[in-house]
Design a protein around this ligand. Structure first.
Ligand code: ZN
Ligand code: ZN
Length: 559
């Protein structure tokens, strides 16, 4: 009998590639999703597809290309390669990192909307749109800003207020301005196609109210939007750069970038299986009600993933499973300020990877992941956590234990003799920690999960200091052997449970222990199974070095 494995589709918001992602984007979507996808792969019962891609259509890139006098595709070909390479350097373990210019995606989007159109959920309407006479362009979405009618925020964009998260229409804005030249737009008529979002109010309400996992803030925000009444969502734009709209009479229009990029969650899985030579298999994932779909996004994306995307899936009538979980993060600040490329506030991935290896960033960002409120990247705190926790607590424990075995036990895991109470107590903690860490990850508390790994390392360090094996090895070799056997067991466990957070480090520990199998898919439940006595290990090398932030800051200023 073939055992059916649990199917997972893990995704995160697609990065818009007119700029290299910064550290906030890394922890907010890419890295958070990666931690979970990596964790899931440690259970042999799971089959996990982890996808994302470059979001490359829409007005910002079109305008940039127009200014430079090049074809937008020329720009995004270049940007896509840069972002893809950085994502690999940060060890984000996508099965498929696609792009919205992929033929599979474009074809899927057009077919998807043709179907919704045929099912009667798309209609046309003359729209009054802001038009900048000075720039001679329509000002959809983010090209117009003004005061939010709900919360009064001064810089709300035409499609959404970043402050309160409400979806907006350009004409809702108080005191609208052209984003480029600041002039007051006039309003002109243009025919556009709309998605009948209100038709799904009842179904969405049932879905959200009955959702067992949605965090209360996400639930409340979405339900209050439904109570206020959903509005039809505009589907088309007058831009050229995008996916041409498949509706009769819409030949000169493209699909609004937000409304097509979300379908990439599906098309990237289709593309993945196509590339594997198994083109129908995506259906087992995306058309099965048993599949768990999981989305990692920033808080400004909540309405889109809890309301608009599920409504689109329902409108298709194809039976796509609605999001199993949407895990959103708050914002990451940089030294108390918002990231800003123009004002040089923040660190971008191309800079970060030149300063330090990816595990240093992955470590610190996980510890400051903005899970319940905005959090802050601070250089002082970065130095403290890297030097005291990553280097001293974790790195030193592993290196001093393994190099001790190299030196005093001829690189062989020693044989334990009778266990003392302390030995047994530590082994109990080693056995329990993977269970605690897994529970924290499943609750999307990645900070706590990593802290638990550090707590284990801390306890191992105290045990090492208390046992003083460097003395025992001369006076009581049997006890020294037992202690090092216990510590080696702890280190093997740490390699497995730290892997979702620090994949490079986990690989290095695994290599030094010279253990068989792939650390990235090693069964989590077997994390605690001590390494066999007599097993030969390799020569240990230090895993990390201390950092000096003044030096790093001056290097950053030159990049
Ligand atoms: Zn607002
Ligand atoms: Zn203008």
């Amino acid at each position: 009998m073939v055992k059916l494995r649990k199917k997972w589709v893990v995704t995160c918001a697609w990065p818009y590639i007119n700029a290299v992602p910064h550290l906030g984007t890394l922890i907010g979507s890419l890295l958070s999703a990666d931690i979970y996808a990596r964790y899931l792969r440690h259970d042999p019962d799971n089959e996990v597809i982890f996808v994302s891609g470059s979001d490359e259509h829409g007005t910002p890139i079109e305008v940039e290309a127009r200014k430079m006098g090049v074809d937008p595709r020329e720009l995004t070909d270049k940007y896509h390669e840069i972002v893809k390479e950085l994502i690999e350097k940060f060890r984000i373990s996508f099965d498929n990192y696609s792009r919205t210019e992929s033929e599979t995606h474009k074809e899927f989007v057009r077919e998807f909307y043709r179907k919704i159109y045929e099912r009667g959920y798309i209609f046309t309407k003359d729209e009054i749109l802001p038009f900048c006479n000075k720039c001679n362009i329509y000002l959809p979405d983010r090209f117009v800003e003004g005061r939010c009618p709900y919360c009064g925020y001064e810089y709300a964009k035409g499609d959404q207020c970043e402050n309160c998260g409400r979806l907006l229409d350009p004409k809702d804005l108080i005191n609208p301005k052209c984003t480029f030249c600041g002039s007051k737009p006039s309003f002109k008529k243009s025919k556009h196609w709309y998605f009948d979002l209100p038709a799904f109010e009842k179904e969405l309400k049932l879905y959200i109210e009955g959702h067992p996992r949605l965090p209360p803030n996400v639930k409340n925000m979405s339900l209050s939007m439904i109570r206020e009444g959903l509005k039809p969502r505009s589907l088309t734009r007058d831009n050229k750069w995008g996916i041409s709209a498949p509706f009769p009479g819409a030949e000169n229009k493209t699909i609004y970038v937000w409304m097509e990029a979300v379908l990439g969650y599906i098309s990237a899985v289709i593309e993945y299986f196509k590339q594997k030579g198994d083109p129908e298999r995506w259906r087992e994932f995306w058309l099965s009600k048993d599949t768990k779909t999981l989305f990692f996004i920033g808080k400004d994306n909540i309405p889109f993933h809890i309301i608009v995307f599920p409504a689109l899936l329902l409108a298709s009538g194809d039976g796509y499973p609605l999001p199993w979980q949407v895990s959103s993060t708050e914002f990451l600040m940089y030294e108390g300020q918002k990231f800003s490329k123009s004002r040089k506030i923040g660190i971008w991935l191309d800079q970060a990877i030149k300063l330090l290896p990816s595990d240093y960033w992955r470590f610190y960002l996980t510890l400051i992941r903005p899970e319940t409120s905005d959090s802050n990247f601070s250089w002082d705190d970065f130095q403290r956590k890297i030097n005291n926790e990553l280097n001293d607590t974790l790195g030193n424990l592993i290196h001093r234990t393994l190099s001790f075995i190299n030196r005093y036990f001829n690189s062989k895991i020693p044989n334990p003799s009778e266990m003392t109470e302390e030995d047994k107590a530590l082994l109990k903690i080693v056995r329990e920690t993977p269970i605690i860490v897994s529970r924290k990850i499943e609750e999307f508390k990645f900070r706590d999960a990593l802290v638990e790994v550090l707590n284990l390392a801390r306890k191992c360090n105290s045990y090492f200091n208390m046992k003083e094996p460097w003395k025992l090895v001369k006076t009581d070799k049997e006890q020294a052997s037992t202690s090092l056997y216990v510590l080696a067991a702890a280190i093997k466990t740490i390699a497995v449970i730290v892997e979702p957070f620090l994949p490079d480090t986990a690989e290095k520990i695994w290599e030094t222990l010279d253990l068989p199998g792939d650390i990235h898919t090693f069964n989590w439940l077997d994390a605690y199974h001590p390494v066999s006595p007599g097993k030969k290990i390799r020569r240990s090398k230090p895993l990390f070095t201390k950092i000096d932030v003044e030096k790093l800051k001056s290097e950053l200023s030159m990049l």
